[in-house]
Ligand binder design. Structure first.
Ligand SMILES: [Zn+2]
Length: 468
């Protein structure tokens, strides 16, 4: 690991801010008659999608995961609950490597730069993370390797072979995302070697029909190499049973999630690549060309960030209140293109670690980990009818919109016009002008109404009153 990483101060909601919030609301909770009767505090985990550190974030990104998660976290804090809100930048994987190659810098340098850019944007947007960290920390590496080891001890990770794509002209491994072809499931053109954006299914590059390299258009050659696989079929029954017990999920999210279980196959969780977390197995750990696949490590970030937060508080075991207590719910916020990783991949990793798949087993030193309470996925935000795209110039970066408008106006706009249950379109002239006018009016109303809502919010809600 690059030692410079340790010198970067993580971003977090200030300790003072958090303390003031708590004291304030607890006093009100105690003063209100209902609060005296029902004094109950719940630990609530707010897990926010990890932005990929290959460029600055645009407003479409933050409308999906950023502002909704922050509004929810603040709401739970106002109710007097103990919220832990974590995230960070996702810094492994081939797109970082390819972008770094293009710019002539190292992958670590690229990740360092965009970690800072993204953290600043999210901070400026007022997102109240307790910790915003990264996946290139030593702590994250240790937690990921611990998860891998226990999943393997329990029999849910095994060794096999997989075809990988090689560029005939350079002899180098071609990243999954940089191979395009026809989707074998829905028949759409332009499916990538890792996923089809049309049907949302995960793919392996050798499954594509007529695959070509996006880098130079050549047809890749496929070779068998050794890899480790996560045995998703052995976890599918438990994963599906948990999904079927969920209540209150958005219809599109639960339907999409259940659809993932029509056909379940084992997935390779290692790659022929030199950028990522070393595979903690004898003979593999020192091999510089074998690394854990980025999606296996990125979802573990929620857990490793919670552990890092606890250590920074000087209470190294404090994270367990959110992860090991089955009464502590965890809410996950993301855009809809990430549902697979939170409804299937991450729950399967947890079930494998806890030893709750068809092969049984037991959990390791991290204890029995909680499954998500709810996966909260937003639809997409488009811009004047088109999909946001940095490369095609259809984009408004967070930094640019914050340079033009006050942060509360931007947050208000995303809250009222965001893509909650259907895609939402951003247009400069119509929606923004209307929203700005409404925001000014709302400002006047809220200055009158806020003392009332403040008192109302300080009343603790009884456990049988479920707030949607
Ligand atoms: Zn497809």
């Amino acid at each position: 690991m690059n030692p410079s990483v340790n010198n970067l101060v993580p971003v977090s909601y200030s300790r003072v801010g958090r303390a003031i919030d708590r004291v304030f609301h607890r006093i009100w909770g105690l003063l209100s008659p209902l609060g005296l009767i029902i004094l109950r505090m719940t630990h609530i985990l707010v897990n926010v999608a990890w932005p990929y550190a290959n460029g600055p974030r645009h407003i479409g990104h933050v409308a999906g995961f950023g502002v909704p998660s922050d509004v929810y976290a603040r709401y739970e804090r106002m109710k007097g609950n103990d919220v832990l809100m974590v995230s960070g930048t996702d810094e492994h994987g081939t797109p970082i490597l390819v972008e770094a190659d293009k710019e002539g810098v190292s992958a670590q340098e690229l990740a360092d730069r965009y970690n800072r850019v993204i953290a600043k944007d999210l901070c400026d947007l007022g997102l109240s993370y307790d910790l915003f960290t990264r996946t290139t920390t030593g702590n994250h590496e240790r937690v990921v390797q611990e998860m891998f080891r226990q999943c393997m001890v329990n029999g849910y990770i095994y060794k096999g072979t997989q075809k990988v794509a090689i560029s005939p002209s350079t002899g180098r491994t071609l990243p999954d995302r940089y191979i395009e072809g026809t989707c074998p499931i829905c028949g759409a053109d332009g499916a990538r070697g890792d996923q089809c954006d049309n049907c949302g299914n995960e793919l392996d590059p050798d499954e594509l029909i007529n695959p070509v390299s996006k880098i130079n258009g050549e047809t890749p050659r496929f070779e068998e190499t050794e890899h480790f696989f996560l045995d998703l079929p052995a976890l599918a029954e438990a994963n599906l049973k948990w999904l079927q017990s969920r209540e209150g999920w958005r219809t599109n999210v639960i339907n999409f999630s259940l659809g993932l279980f029509k056909e379940v196959k084992p997935r390779a969780i290692t790659r022929d690549i030199d950028w990522g977390i070393p595979v903690p197995v004898d003979g593999w750990i020192d091999n510089p060309n074998k690394r854990l696949y980025v999606w296996f490590d990125a979802v573990i970030g929620y857990l490793s960030a919670s552990i890092e937060w606890a250590r920074r508080q000087g209470k190294p075991e404090a994270w367990r209140e959110w992860w090991n207590d089955s009464k502590s719910p965890a809410y996950y916020f993301m855009g809809k293109d990430n549902i697979t990783f939170h409804s299937q991949i991450w729950p399967s990793e947890i079930l494998a670690y806890d030893g709750e798949g068809s092969r049984g087993g037991e959990s390791g030193p991290l204890g029995r980990l909680n499954l998500p309470e709810q996966v909260v996925a937003s639809e997409f935000m488009t811009m004047e009818g088109k999909k946001f795209s940095s490369s095609r110039g259809v984009v408004i970066y967070v930094k640019d919109i914050l340079a033009r408008y006050p942060v509360d106006a931007v947050r208000y706009y995303i809250s009222v016009a965001g893509p909650e249950t259907s895609d939402a379109d951003f247009t400069w002239l119509s929606s923004y002008a209307t929203t700005m006018r409404n925001w000014h009016q709302a400002g006047v109303i809220s200055s009158i109404a806020s003392p009332i809502s403040f008192i109302a919010s300080s009343v603790r809600y009884p456990p049988w009153m479920k707030i949607p």
